[in-house]
Ligand binder design. Structure first.
Ligand code: PMP
Length: 407
């Protein structure tokens, strides 16, 4: 009977959102969930998404039939070009197989499930996550019974990358281990390796015969430049790795609830690429069919409309620059306000970190105090969603932080 089902804890992030919604204070600030907000703290429908929506709604041939198991072909092929670069040899050589998924989470899950079934069966295959990482990584890989460990990532002293710890752990990881890497705008820290550091990471992963698993949820959203944010993945592909990529369109298209994403498997150029790709695709199709049958159409149609039209694509890039630009401006403003106030500590990490989040270094006690005294909501690890800050609340926030740090 269901009597044996124990009570599970509430998801911390979605619990935080609910607490924020219940709070009736007019000055409340939501810095929890990673969703873009405009300067009035409102969700932003990208203008280019509105246009694509118009185009779709006026299409007399639009219907609600099932998509194929692998999803909308125009969407998955445009997704390959976006993540790997339009002239990627891996695409030309047909070394990539892609399936549309339930956003980035579904892509991570499909990748984890595929690896659990077909990657080094009956051999050691530990998964390594950065410490810290997006907490859902732990749950998704546990669900498919893959054992995991972590590699050092965030250096609490410098609030930057613990590069030596990272490399040292890779050097000591057992052959065949799966290394989950955030392609850009690391969640939750906002700390990314430099290109030189990525090269070193790739070198060790190759030497140690490890398997790269890229999670890319912020391409274009981080720096406003799609190629720059895609650099690490493209570099690894250039180095000839066999690897997988979980791609989300939640943030960069603002399509959070539409669940548009893509999973890519890239075979190495030395393999019998055609045959490997075909066999991998056939197995992924069976997994997809049994899990979701076929993916949801609407979000993929929106993204596909934009990705496949040069004019709309250029407009999307401008929308991306607007979002990333506002976030970068908020980073600068927050740092300078804290420095003006003389808030104890150093605050350069606010502008050094990139993407949606900043790992402020605030302690759990300070975080709870900010919630109680100032109605400011952030996760207990001191992570703030930069998008929740705007020209109306940044002074209030900086002053509240200053007070909490001094207490
Ligand atoms: N990976 C990381 C690192 C993320 O930050 C996110 C978004 N929070 C995702 C994957 C996937 O999100 P979604 O399923 O909404 O695309």
């Amino acid at each position: 009977s269901a009597d044996v089902v124990p009570q599970a804890p509430e998801d911390p992030l979605f619990g935080l959102m609910a607490a924020y919604r219940r709070d009736t204070d007019p000055n409340k600030v939501d810095l929890g969930i990673g969703a873009y907000r405009d300067n009035n703290a409102k969700p932003w429908v990208l203008p280019v998404v509105k246009k694509a929506d118009e185009i779709l709604r006026n299409d007399p041939n639009l219907n609600h039939e099932y998509l194929p198991i692998a999803g909308l072909a125009d969407f998955t092929s445009a997704s390959q070009k976006l993540v790997l670069g339009a002239d990627s040899p891996a695409i030309k050589e047909k070394r990539v197989t892609s399936l549309q998924t339930i956003s980035g989470t579904g892509a991570v899950h499909l990748g984890a499930l595929f690896l659990s079934k077909f990657y080094r069966p009956n051999q050691q295959r530990t998964v390594y996550f950065s410490d810290p990482t997006w907490p859902n990584h732990f749950q998704i890989f546990s669900n498919v019974q893959l054992p995991y460990l972590t590699y050092p990532y965030f250096d609490k002293e410098t609030r930057g990358l613990d590069f030596d710890g990272f490399i040292n752990t890779l050097n000591n990881a057992a052959e065949g281990s799966i290394i989950v890497l955030h392609a850009c705008a690391h969640n939750p820290t906002g700390v990314d390796p430099t290109q030189e550091q990525w090269k070193e990471i790739a070198k060790v992963i190759k030497e140690r015969k490890l398997f790269p698993f890229f999670d890319t949820a912020y391409q274009g959203f981080a720096s406003g430049d799609l190629a720059r944010d895609g650099w690490a993945i493209r570099y690894f592909v250039e180095q000839g790795f066999e690897l997988v990529i979980a791609q989300s369109y939640a943030k960069n298209f603002g399509l959070y609830g539409e669940r548009a994403g893509c999973f890519h498997f890239v075979t190495s150029p030395t393999s019998d690429a055609d045959s490997v790709t075909a066999r991998v695709a056939s197995q992924l199709a069976i997994l997809q069919r049994s899990e979701i049958s076929n993916p949801p159409a609407y979000g993929a149609r929106i993204a596909s409309t934009v990705l496949n039209n040069p004019e709309l694509f250029a407009e999307w890039e401008a929308n991306l620059r607007e979002m990333s630009g506002r976030i970068i401006a908020m980073r600068k403003a927050l740092r300078s306000k804290l420095e003006e106030l003389g808030t104890p500590g150093t605050w350069n990490h606010i502008t050094d970190q990139i993407g949606m989040f900043s790992f402020t270094g605030l302690t759990e006690k300070q975080v709870l105090k900010l919630r109680e005294d100032s109605h400011i909501y952030m996760t207990k690890n001191g992570r703030i969603s930069m998008a929740g800050l705007n020209t109306h609340n940044i002074d209030y926030f900086a002053k509240a932080v200053d007070k909490a740090v001094r207490e």
